[in-house]
Design a binder for this molecule. Structure first.
Ligand code: 5GP
Ligand code: MG
Length: 176
């Protein structure tokens, strides 16, 4: 395992991310929708840096990964507990890779008639997205490597690492 972003770098990047979000929304009231499970660490840090009045909601997107390989995507938006009709919605995800998750999630959220939908991600893998979609707010651009930590998992492990690391083939065996 090799550290890609240290705790300090993550903190600085998330402060900058929060400033971009804050200056976009000013003091408008927001609904932040975190995509479980990977975004929960970012969500917890980010909302404490935002001064705008906000509500927090969660949806789940699971790609039934087999280790580092993605499988079919299943989205569960039934977890939304409050009406988002007429709200400004900010979707938060850990990482933007092929873009498929947000590409499929945005229309489902849109059906609930929010006033606006924007997207924020901690990481964007460069060169992976073939779709006409770019997150509105991005923490870091990273190379096309499989990363873990700060919410991101490999076989449900490593989410608790306070930094982001790339996994090497020797790390990709059954652990835990
Ligand atoms: P996309 O749908 O944009 O291809 O991928 C987004 C989702 O795939 C993320 O929310 C995350 O769950 C997963 N993912 C993509 N790349 C990585 C990676 O490098 N590491 C981990 N742990 N998950 C990833
Ligand atoms: Mg995810």
């Amino acid at each position: 395992m090799k550290t890609l972003l240290t705790e300090d770098q993550l903190h600085q990047g998330i402060v900058q991310l929060s400033e971009k979000i804050q200056s976009h929304y000013q003091n408008k009231s927001l609904t932040i929708v975190g995509v479980m499970i990977g975004s929960v660490v970012l969500l917890a840090d980010l909302i404490r840096l935002l001064k705008t009045p906000l509500r927090v909601e969660l949806v789940q997107a699971r790609s039934y990964r087999n280790g580092a390989r993605p499988g079919p995507l299943v989205i569960n938006a039934d977890l939304l507990s409050n009406n988002i009709q007429g709200r400004d919605v900010l979707l938060i995800d850990d990482i933007f890779d092929t873009g498929k998750t947000l590409w499929e999630l945005i229309p489902q959220i849109d059906e609930l008639n929010p006033t606006s939908i924007r997207t924020a991600v901690l990481l964007r893998k460069l060169g992976q997205c073939k779709l006409d979609l770019t997150p509105d707010f991005i923490g870091f651009d990273i190379p096309n490597e499989f990363v873990v930590g700060y919410g991101l998992d490999y076989n449900d492990l490593y989410r608790n690492l306070p930094y982001v690391a790339t996994l090497e083939p020797s790390d990709m065996k059954d652990k835990g």
